[in-house]
Design a protein around this ligand. Structure first.
Ligand code: ZN
Length: 148
């Protein structure tokens, strides 16, 4: 199976038609659900023209729930970092940091449990080597199924 280096724009050799698929030399891991894929598709009007990476997990309702939790996690993490920048923090700021850390712990457990369900959805072909995280841009807009 030929793999295409997306950084070098090798996919252009294919001269793909709309909705044609190909595989990349790199594995892309969704920042939300951690599902890995190297399946690219040429997008059309709905997603915009050009190569698109569609997370296989995004067909499921839990992906939206996971995205909400993930965004909340990132926000709390940013808040903790901001509070820690306060020089000589008063006791109330230390309490806030502890509360946020507890919230972060609770969220990370929920995220971990939800991500377990997505493990079976990896879609990697052609034995690519490197992996990098991406935040999915092309999203499934139609009715989603429940992942069991
Ligand atoms: Zn995903």
């Amino acid at each position: 199976m030929k793999l295409y280096d997306m950084d070098k724009q090798e996919w252009r050799e294919l001269k793909p038609t709309l909705h044609q698929h190909w595989r990349s030399t790199k594995i892309f891991k969704c920042a939300i659900c951690h599902v890995k894929t190297n399946d690219w598709v040429l997008g059309g009007a709905y997603w915009g023209v050009g190569p698109k990476l569609i997370c296989p997990g995004d067909s499921y309702k839990q992906h939206d729930e996971l995205e909400r939790l993930y965004k909340e996690f990132v926000q709390i993490d940013t808040k903790i970092k901001d509070y820690k920048k306060v020089e000589k923090p008063a006791k109330n700021i230390q309490v806030m940091i502890r509360m946020r850390l507890a919230e972060k712990d609770a969220l990370s457990i929920r995220i971990k449990v939800l991500r377990e369900k997505f493990k079976k959805l990896h879609d990697v072909a052609g034995n690519p080597k490197r992996t990098e995280y991406y935040y999915p841009c092309a999203r499934i807009g139609s009715e989603k199924e429940r992942l069991t």
